[in-house]
Design a protein around this ligand. Structure first.
Ligand code: ZN
Length: 153
């Protein structure tokens, strides 16, 4: 996979200097999150491609950070990228923050929840040309889906 979210390389980067509205100790996060959520959100892990139910979710609703519940993506901006990870052409502005990581040998735009700092995924420039051209490649395990009232139309 040339353009997945995968980051198997070992991390050796400085602690983030950002501060977040929701700030917990490592032990607190561990207690709150499942092992998978913790690995992605707090350790910048990457879930296995096609492992998330949300990858194929076409319902209307809002995707929120699994760490703190902040709304980060909307279903109308989701598209099928074929990569095996939930993909969006844009995030909910202001609720996401970005950094650069070099974890796999070249610079990528990392994105995380602006409220709790939880790692969500990466942004690439090979998204739908007819909209933003961006592909937000997101770990489904870092998200919870809140369906819009009632049935999807
Ligand atoms: Zn969060």
């Amino acid at each position: 996979m040339l353009f997945g979210c995968n980051s198997s390389a070992q991390k050796n980067k400085e602690e983030k200097k950002e501060t977040f509205k929701i700030s917990k100790t490592d032990a607190e996060w561990k207690a709150q999150l499942t092992a998978e959520e913790y690995n992605v959100l707090r350790k910048e892990g990457t879930e296995r491609a096609f492992s998330s139910e949300l990858n194929d979710n076409h319902k209307k609703g809002t995707y929120v950070c699994a760490g703190c519940g902040t709304a980060v993506f909307e279903s109308k901006h989701k598209f099928d990228s074929g990569t095996g990870w939930p993909s969006f052409d844009r995030a909910i502005e202001g609720n996401i923050a970005y950094s650069t990581d070099n974890n796999i040998g070249y610079a990528r735009t990392e994105e995380h929840c602006a409220t709790c700092g939880g790692h969500l995924g990466h942004v690439f420039n090979d998204g739908p040309k007819e909209t933003t051209g961006k592909r937000h490649c997101i770990n489904g395990v870092a998200l919870n889906f809140i369906p819009e009232n009632g049935e999807s139309k």
